[in-house]
Design a protein around this ligand. Structure first.
Ligand code: MN
Length: 263
């Protein structure tokens, strides 16, 4: 099995390294990831400047390819140029931080997997909780992700056996403290959360004002059927997502509007 692995935390992220290690036990892994952190870039792609691909070596061996683009760019260029369409599955992660609720829309991790699904491959997005006060980029080594990576590799094997419906992929969120705290697996739906936008207003050294988004995610109440509630209660959340934003139920209601082109 040939696995294409990407993320949005960048090619030097320990979550990516841990997942590459674990996936190597079940298949041939090609890492194609952004050269720097691209969290929250959503599904954007690069069309107005060139993409550059650089080989990245680790311990004297080729680890993967760094791209000056987004996770969706990485999947496109990996399949279209680097791997010549020879991949059986796309995996994106392990992201440092959950991708649940409305965060899914902004997530580069989820978009990496979604691009795989759009291009016709089974795909997984994997994210994990980071402990409070933990820096997103540094000071965490790959050992911290070993449970999450092993779980994902096992799941990837099952997905290859069972397959997934067209344009459907899995969004997996794993609680932290895995050794002691995991209570099981729940199949969930995307929760409804709302980002409360709050901007810090600051002054730069040249006396120009700038803003920095801090805000917080407000999660609607619910039970274990919601992704973020399941994780909060110590379960691994697996949500089947697909690449279709249509609100099907509302199509019929729109017909009742009796819109006309006679204006
Ligand atoms: Mn990220």
């Amino acid at each position: 099995m040939r696995i294409l692995l990407t993320n949005d935390d960048g090619i030097h992220s320990p979550g990516l390294a841990a997942l590459a290690d674990a996936l190597m036990a079940i298949g041939e892994v090609t890492v194609v990831a952004p050269d720097t952190e691209r969290s929250a870039v959503g599904h954007s792609i690069t069309i107005s400047h060139p993409l550059r691909v650089k080989e990245v070596r680790m311990d004297g061996k080729i680890f993967g390819y760094a791209v000056n683009g987004t996770p969706a760019d990485c999947i496109k260029i990996a399949l279209g140029a680097i791997m010549d369409h020879h991949a059986d599955m796309v995996v994106s992660g392990i992201n440092q931080g959950l991708n649940t609720g409305t965060n899914i829309i902004y997530s580069g991790t989820v978009s990496g997997a979604m691009e795989g699904a759009i291009l016709g491959l089974p795909a997984l997005a994997v994210s994990t909780e980071v402990g409070e006060g933990t820096c997103i980029c540094d000071n965490i080594d790959r050992e911290a992700f070993s449970f999450q990576a092993a779980f994902t590799a096992q799941l990837a094997k099952t997905v290859m056996e069972k397959g997934l419906p067209e344009r459907t992929f899995l969004n997996i969120n794993i609680p932290s403290c895995p050794e002691t705290g995991i209570r099981g697996i729940v199949f969930t739906k995307q929760g409804q959360s709302r980002f409360l936008d709050r901007f810090q207003k600051r002054m730069d050294p040249r006396q120009n004002i700038y803003y920095w988004l801090e805000g917080e995610d407000i999660e609607m109440e619910g039970g274990d059927e919601l992704d973020y509630i399941a994780v909060k209660r110590g379960f691994i959340s697996i949500t089947p997502l697909w690449c279709d934003l249509t609100n099907y139920q509302y199509i019929e209601r729109l017909k009742d509007w009796n819109l006309t082109v006679n204006i």
